[in-house]
Design a protein around this ligand. Structure first.
Ligand code: DI6
Ligand code: FE
Length: 408
């Protein structure tokens, strides 16, 4: 970032800060605060009265008129790069069709795979941008984007190239995740081992060689891949120096959380059926619990993730949309927070930390973003609210006043 704008100190004053700084209690609130930034990074965050003398000289100053500032929002679990949608399947389900009938009618993940394989990289970008824009409109500054609907080498590479390109299409930071172990593509229906070999011996090396993924993920579930199969993918990811994360225990308890913890996964995601042993293992490994209420709500799941176990054992909790065409067509982190509170009794502080500080942790970005602290990127969300709880309380209302990305 070299333009003059970033050489000048920029100050946002007359604001209340929810810093989420680990050293401060609760949300790290600083009333009557100010934030200063230079070269895109925070150089001061604290009481306006204690702003270092001289910093204002020549600075570009923004009066926030008593508004609230949080860290820019972070969505740490999305599948926003996909093609087409599954509204027809949704209608069939509402009229009582079973998953089997839907699958026979060509629905399910397989229909999204056909759509991605048939789309160009440009078409994937064009279809993904409206979803990204919806998140950006709510103050998002960092987003994780998975592959997982290509399921052949070229289509997985195409998906991850499209994900990477989103960063040049919008003022947003993108972290990409390779999710080749998402589902068995039709051509490998009778050959699981063959598909795992393709993921491990062909896809992963090609993804790593082009630097297309920041992490590797999998779907550990009866309808997807077994713990043993995921273990093979994780060993290969580690050989390529890539961190891992995992969709676990969404529909059943296969011990996915403990498996993720054994591999020191950045995060274990979904977790509806995770047990205490899994929570203890995640706490010991520092694996973040990524709670995905959109999928729980949309598929009408009834088993809630064990929030109390995560609290009791000190497992960090993040919240994310899980934007995907099949089980969570949800492009709102604000609504995601309301669901976390309303469906799972997460507190306002847990919800807001879940889309800032803890979401950064789930992406291995704790040193870069997720709190309002000196040295972090100056990614800010400025809100027309009187108290942070309003960001979790409302459904379908966006009180964002301004979004600042890397100090601009
Ligand atoms: N868990 C899910 O809920 C989605 N993927 C996953 O690993 C389902 C994806 C889809 O149905 O398109
Ligand atoms: Fe997912």
């Amino acid at each position: 970032m070299t333009d003059e704008n970033t050489k000048t100190v920029r100050i946002w004053r007359n604001a209340h800060l929810a810093t989420f700084a680990p050293g401060l209690p609760g949300m790290g609130i600083v009333e009557n605060g100010a934030i200063a930034a230079k070269d895109g990074r925070i150089i001061y965050a604290g009481a306006e009265a204690a702003l270092p003398a001289g910093l204002s000289a020549g600075a570009e100053i923004f009066d926030c008129e008593g508004r609230w500032i949080t860290p820019g929002l972070i969505d740490c679990h999305t599948h926003i790069v996909h093609a087409g949608n599954r509204a027809r399947e949704f209608e069939m389900r509402l009229s009582g069709a079973t998953y089997e009938e839907i699958a026979r009618a060509g629905g399910g993940i397989v229909s999204s795979v056909a759509a991605v394989r048939g789309a160009s990289e440009d078409q994937l970008i064009a279809q993904s941008l409206p979803r990204l824009d919806a998140l950006i409109a709510e103050g998002l500054t960092t987003v994780e984007v998975k592959s997982g609907y290509g399921l052949d080498v070229d289509s997985e590479l195409k998906s991850l190239r499209a994900a990477r390109r989103l960063e040049s299409e919008r003022a947003v930071s993108v972290r990409t995740t390779f999710l080749g172990a998402h589902a068995l593509p039709p051509e490998f229906k009778e050959n699981r081992a063959g598909y795992l070999d393709l993921v491990i011996d062909k896809m992963l090396p090609a993804v790593a060689a082009e630097g297309l993924a920041d992490a590797v993920d999998g779907f550990c579930e009866g309808i997807a891949f077994s713990p043993e199969e995921i273990e093979r993918v994780f060993v290969a990811a580690e050989k390529h120096g890539l961190p891992v994360k995992l969709h676990v225990d969404q529909l059943s308890n296969l011990g996915g959380a403990a498996l993720a913890a054994r591999h020191h996964a950045l995060s274990a995601d979904h977790l509806e059926y995770t047990d205490e042993a899994g929570a203890i293992a995640m706490a010991a490994a520092g694996t973040v619990a990524v709670i995905l209420p959109g999928a729980f709500y949309f598929i009408r799941e009834t088993k809630k993730p064990p929030i109390d176990l995560f609290r009791r054992h000190g497992v960090a909790m993040a919240l994310a949309t899980d934007v995907n065409p099949g089980t969570s067509p949800l492009t709102s982190l604000l609504l995601t927070m309301n669901m976390g509170a309303t469906l799972f009794s997460m507190t306002v502080e847990e919800c807001l930390a879940g889309v800032t500080r803890e979401a950064a942790r789930a992406l291995g970005l704790s040193n870069e973003v997720g709190t309002l602290e000196v040295g972090k990127w100056a990614d800010l969300a400025i809100w027309d609210i009187d108290r942070p709880a309003e960001l979790v309380y409302r459904m379908g209302f966006n009180p964002l006043h301004k979004r600042v990305y890397r100090g601009k």
